[in-house]
Design a protein. Structure first.
Length: 365
């Protein structure tokens, strides 16, 4: 019997379970393969006692509809930076990759499929360089992985953000308010841009187009003046910054991610608008982890299923060191390094930004 180990790493994302189910269903068509899952990323392998799950037909029945991941995930540590608490209460990172690879050999694991974002793909590349037979599947709601047109989970996050805009429109109109919706995306503005267009926002602020606060105020004011409407929706990406500002990733390196996320940019925008004399009644909404939870929409279930089937077929073909990727209309495989080299950001001159500007959305540029 041959054995493939599935790992889900990093933040969860709608569609993870659909990938797992597809791997198991495709593997079941080969007589001599079984699928197991490591609980909470590689932690399940590194813990004593080892925590793995048998992933058979029964375990994955119907799970493509469910959010989260049945095998759990974590974005802390990993085999190259396993956190160890010292006696004085401080933490240090220990490289346990060699030990993990030996353990996988001992467990009779022939191949690993790692489903994750850029951090996971980097770990996969390092494990591959150490001789592990490993395949990648791209995952993130941020859609910022290069080498693939889309990651699963992104469209569900856009859908959730758009529903939020739709709801905010009615309350903004009732109260004559400017409502600011902060969405996720790290250093990329994909979720914000798509939700702003789909929901019909007046302003969209994304990291790739640093904003000028005066220009944002002017745009909002012009809506009041020209249409007599005392309300507006601003969609702001968590990584958005004023001109001359600092990227979210750099800020979080400096002062810790917990200090810059969840409401930081929306609050700053509202305060800065007030401080330059913009007088509308304003409120912030932070969508947060609602964007990561819940059932994947049909598009993401399909893409995730395509990735799962492809990943197992890559195992059969021995395409180790590569990641499944979507290049419309095909599912292909690409070397890990193509996926991790550069994050995929919104090009300020791209057609989608032009479309947004074409329907009057302001970027504060
Ligand atoms: O990468 C996915 C993502 O949801 C980002 O959009 C966000 O910045 C980050 O993860 C949040 O991470 P955490 O769940 O650790 O707060």
């Amino acid at each position: 019997m041959k054995r493939v180990l599935v790992v889900t790493g990093g933040g969860d994302c709608p569609g993870l379970n659909a990938v797992i189910r597809a791997i198991v269903k495709r593997a079941a068509q080969e007589k001599d393969w079984e699928v197991i899952g490591s609980v909470q990323s590689y932690d399940g392998i590194l813990r004593e006692p080892t925590e793995i799950m048998i992933l058979d037909d029964k375990a994955v029945a119907g799970i493509h509809v469910d959010g989260g991941t049945i095998i759990g995930t974590t974005n802390k540590g990993g085999p190259f930076a396993w956190p160890v608490k010292n006696q004085d209460g401080t933490w240090e990172s220990v490289d346990r990759s060699d030990e993990m690879i030996r353990k996988l050999q001992y467990m009779g694991v022939d191949a690993v499929i790692s489903i994750g974002g850029d951090g996971s793909q980097r770990i996969s590349q390092q494990l591959f360089e150490k001789g592990l037979n490993i395949i990648g599947v791209p995952k993130t709601i941020d859609n910022d992985l290069s080498a693939t047109d889309f990651t699963f989970g992104f469209q569900t996050a856009v859908h959730t953000a758009t529903e939020a805009v739709d709801k905010l429109v009615t309350t903004a109109a009732s109260h004559n308010r400017v409502l600011v919706l902060e969405v996720m995306g790290r250093n990329a503005g994909w979720i914000a841009l798509n939700a702003a267009i789909a929901g019909g926002a007046e302003v969209c602020l994304i990291p790739e187009i640093p904003y000028d606060i005066e220009a944002v105020a002017k745009k909002l004011q012009s809506r009041y003046n020209s249409r007599g409407k005392g309300n507006a929706i601003v969609v702001i990406a968590e990584g958005a910054m004023p001109k001359g500002g600092t990227l979210l990733s750099e800020k979080s390196d400096e002062i810790g991610y917990e200090n810059v996320r969840l409401g930081g940019v929306a609050r700053k925008l509202v305060n800065d608008l007030k401080s330059i004399g913009f007088e509308a009644d304003m409120r912030e909404t932070v969508l947060g982890h609602l964007q990561r939870g819940g059932s994947p929409i049909a598009y993401d279930r399909i893409l995730a299923t395509q990735f799962g089937v492809k990943a197992f077929e890559m195992v059969l073909e021995g395409k180790f060191g590569e990641m499944a990727a979507y290049r419309h209309p095909d599912i292909i495989s690409v070397p890990f390094k193509d996926a991790i080299d550069n994050p995929k950001l919104v090009d300020p001159t791209c057609d989608l930004v032009k479309t947004a500007k074409g329907v009057g959305i302001g970027f504060g540029d």
